[in-house]
Each structure stands twice: as structure tokens, then as C-alpha cells.
Write a protein that binds this ligand. Structure first.
Ligand code: C2O
Length: 344
């Protein structure tokens, strides 16, 4: 059977490091709150075209900053507030909810076939909330284009101290223009920029093509109701998704906060740009493979999650509803795939 949407009435203290105790990640919830089933936006809704973060123009940046500033000003108890938005990630990474009917088994959205769909919905609602706050139904989140040379550094728009996109807790040695290492393991390698870029492109080829020939190799291992969490991540979740988190997090913090550890990762606004590109990789992987390459297993297709939407309604979504970005009325700016011919 598929993993079911959690029972929000029973939320546990998250399992996070001692240095961060006192944190609750529970979603705001009053028993009896109506849950509505997800309906995709009408096909006539405007398409939100997510831009590469390094190509965002002034006007678009100003909108994005205004939206995040407004989100940060919402009262903490509003499920659309930034304070709640980042906690959602903590809740589904750090054991806040048990699987329905299995009090000893957590819901964990990483290291399994739930990784891509859960994060897709997470960004989908986050983006719509931001758009609603500025009254713009074309608003689209930028993506960190780390698979292309021009995106292989921390995106500069997040590195302005007076911007709501700024976060103190980042590795000070990795601010732009320092070159990103897609396979970062905790130590900077002293190789020249052009060599690092070449290496990164080879990694992208490997993770997207050679190591991702079967669906579970890319999307991750099956994880059903009653299963232990963490059956195994797909290629891109492992690398570069994980190393980019680690590379961004602040080595002066006890656990690499914010980006370097699950519970606090989404407290850094760059999280949503990082996951934009992760999500883009799913879409690209699918496009590179003729025929339908999604799982057809109903335990995947009917796995369900809960999110609050832009009207603060509680929505039950299923994996089958998120397979095609066009149905969700968003797309990615076309920036090319420089790693496609980086076969080692
Ligand atoms: Cu939910 Cu990048 O992790």
C-alpha cells in the first residue's frame, strides 16, 4: 500500500541534534480542519516560467524580494509564513509524523522514490504562496543552474546582506565567485576553475545518464506503507543534491546550518533555488528517455502528502498529480544542457 497523508493531529517532537532542541516542526493544525483533494490549475492558467537565478533581471528580482519579505512578515502561526514554510521541510525529514497505522515508522521524504514528487509539490505551493502575496499569478521561483558553468557558484542574488534572500548561516569560504564542487565531500579541492567545471559536467553526465538508466536508479527505491524509511536515494539525490547542501552550509555552525542539515535547510532561501534545479533535473531526465519512464506502481502513484496552499487550505496531493510540470502550469527557462556531451 502507498504511504498515506499524515495525521496532522499527532505530531512528534522532531529528531534533531541536541544543539537545536526546543524546535517544533509541526504544521499548524486544528482538529476538524477540512482537507481538500488537489485539483490542478486550469489549463488556461498562465504558465510560470522559472528563470535561472544568475539570469534574473532587476525587475524580476525586485518582485521576488518583495514576495519573500511579505512571506517573512506573515504571523508565525500562518501556514504560509516563511517560519512555517521552512518547518514543513523539517517535519518530513526529521520524524515529526508517523506513517498512518505504524506508530514506530516515520514518514521520511528523502532517500526513496518520494524524494522528487514531495519536493516538487513543496515548491509548487511555496511558489504560489509567494505569487499570491504580490498578486502575480505568473510569479516563478528562480532555479540555481548548477549544472551549467555560469551557475557553478553560489547565486549572487542570494548574497546581498540587505535582501530578504540573505541568510547568515552559509559557508563564508564559498561565496561567489568561488567555484562550486558538485561532488563536495567536506573539503575544498585545490583544482583550477576550468578543471572543476569540467569535472562537474562529467558528474552531471554520470548522474543523469550513465547511472540513471533505470527508473529506480534515478527516482530512488520503493518506499511503501509499513516500510522502514530510507530504502535508498536516486542518483541525483545522492549527487549533486546532497553535496550542494553540504557545500552551502556554514562550517562555523554546530551542524552545518542552515543548508547542511535537514531540519534547517529550508530556512535558507537558496534552498528553494537549489530544489528548483533538482526538480528541473527530474523533468529533463524524463524528457531524455523515450516513452513513459515514471514508475507505474500504484504504491508510488497514490502516495499522498498534505500541504497548505496559497489560500491556507489544507490540500491532499498524490504523486500521480505532479508528474508533468505543464499540468501544474510551470516550466523552466531553456538554458541548454552543457553536460549532455560530457561523456567521460
Ligand atoms: Cu529535502 Cu534538499 O532536501
Amino acid at each position: 500500500a502507498p504511504i498515506q497523508a499524515p495525521d496532522l493531529a499527532s505530531c512528534n517532537t522532531p529528531e534533531i541534534p541536541d544543539t537545536a532542541t526546543g524546535l517544533s516542526c509541526c504544521l499548524p493544525y486544528r482538529p476538524g480542519t477540512a482537507i481538500v483533494d488537489f485539483v490542478p490549475p486550469p489549463a488556461s492558467a498562465p504558465l510560470r516560467v522559472r528563470p535561472a537565478a544568475h539570469l534574473v533581471d532587476k525587475k524580476c528580482l525586485a518582485k521576488y524580494e518583495r514576495a519573500v519579505a511579505l512571506m517573512k512578515k506573515l504571523p508565525d502561526k500562518d501556514p504560509r509564513s516563511f517560519a512555517q514554510q521552512w518547518r514543513v521541510h523539517c517535519a518530513f525529514c526529521d520524524a515529526a509524523y508517523d506513517q498512518v497505522g505504524f506508530p514506530d515508522l516515520d514518514i521520511q521524504v528523502h532517500n526513496s522514490w518520494l524524494f522528487f514528487p514531495w519536493h516538487r509539490f513543496y515548491l509548487y505551493f511555496h511558489e504560489r504562496i509567494l505569487g499570491k502575496l504580490i498578486g502575480d499569478d505568473t510569479f516563478a521561483l528562480p532555479f540555481w543552474n548548477w549544472d551549467a558553468p555560469d551557475g557553478m557558484a553560489f547565486p549572487a542574488i542570494y548574497n546581498n546582506r540587505s535582501s530578504p534572500l540573505y541568510d547568515e548561516k552559509r559557508n563564508p569560504a564559498h561565496l561567489p565567485p568561488f567555484t562550486l564542487d558538485l561532488d563536495y565531500n567536506g573539503t575544498d579541492s585545490p583544482i583550477p576553475r576550468d578543471q572543476q567545471i569540467k569535472q562537474n559536467l562529467t558528474i552531471m553526465y554520470r548522474q543523469m545518464i550513465s547511472s540513471a538508466k533505470r527508473t529506480e536508479l534515478f527516482l530512488g527505491q520503493p518506499y511503501r506503507q509499513g516500510d522502514q524509511p530510507d530504502p535508498g536515494a536516486g542518483s541525483v539525490e545522492n549527487v549533486p543534491h546532497n553535496p550542494v547542501h553540504l557545500w552551502t552550509g556554514d562550517t562555523r555552525q554546530p551542524n552545518g546550518e542552515d543548508m547542511g542539515i535537514f531540519y534547517s535547510a529550508a530556512r535558507d532561501p537558496v534552498f528553494y533555488a537549489h530544489h528548483g534545479n533538482v526538480d528541473r533535473m527530474w523533468h529533463i531526465w524524463r524528457g531524455l528517455r523515450p516513452g513513459n519512464t515514471d514508475f507505474t506502481d500504484p504504491d508510488w502513484l497514490d502516495a499522498a502528502f498534505l500541504f497548505y496552499d496559497e489560500d491556507a487550505r489544507l490540500v491532499r496531493v498524490r504523486v500521480r498529480d505532479c508528474l508533468d510540470p505543464a499540468t501544474l502550469r510551470y516550466a523552466y527557462q531553456d538554458v541548454g544542457l552543457p553536460w549532455l556531451n560530457a561523456k567521460p
